[in-house]
Ligand binder design. Structure first.
Ligand code: AMP
Length: 184
């Protein structure tokens, strides 16, 4: 686990990186699982993580923070509250009770689908997409598509961790991606 290169000047990043536990072969052989629950056990690291995102997005006219189930629900809401944006959950199938739009995607381990409530996001909304980690980029790509189908402009995607070897960034069709920590 290492700090993102252009963030090495910020001493908070090293502290955040040091709290993330890497669990080999979870949930299946060959996967190096990046466990952010150990980051959450350290209130200073958790606060610094949220603060770094809030500092970046304050004053950028973001109107919606879209958090990806499940770990985007941990980091997204405190960012949304701090910058005065609404929070919209992007959920796995059959979790949202209202009418939804759906996007299927391929994971590092398996396939899945994200859904968003129709009407949660309006044309003209300026969106920030939040998740804990980008691996192949399929999840963020599906999230971007959902938001753009609803008429939002996706301003940036933000993750705590990037697995750069999987080149997920290249699947974002040029959308900016901000990360704190690189792993692998
Ligand atoms: P991807 O669509 O391949 O970019 O995968 C990103 C999503 O899968 C995120 O929601 C992550 O929480 C989860 N994920 C994928 N790979 C890992 C990993 N090695 N460790 C932890 N979470 C992962």
């Amino acid at each position: 686990m290492s700090a993102c290169k252009d963030k090495e000047q910020d001493p908070r990043i090293e502290g955040i990186a040091s709290t993330i536990r890497v669990v080999p072969d979870f949930p299946k052989p060959g996967i190096m699982f990046q466990d952010i629950t150990t980051l959450l056990l350290d209130p200073k690291a958790f606060k610094n993580t949220v603060d770094l995102f809030v500092e970046r997005y304050t004053g950028k006219d973001i109107t919606v923070v879209a958090g990806i189930e499940a770990r985007g629900f941990i980091f997204g809401p405190p960012i949304a509250l701090a910058i005065g944006a609404k929070f919209v959950p992007l959920r796995k199938p059959r979790k949202l009770p209202g009418e939804v739009i759906s996007e299927e995607y391929v994971l590092e381990y398996g396939t899945d689908c994200l859904q968003m409530h129709i009407g949660a996001v309006q044309p003209g909304d300026r969106a920030l997409v939040v998740d804990d980690l980008i691996a192949t980029g399929g999840t963020l790509c599906a999230a971007i598509k959902l938001l753009e189908r609803a008429g939002a402009e996706v301003v940036e995607c933000a993750c705590v961790i990037e697995l750069p070897e999987l080149k997920g960034r290249e699947r974002l069709n040029g959308k900016p991606l901000y990360i704190l920590v690189e792993s692998g």
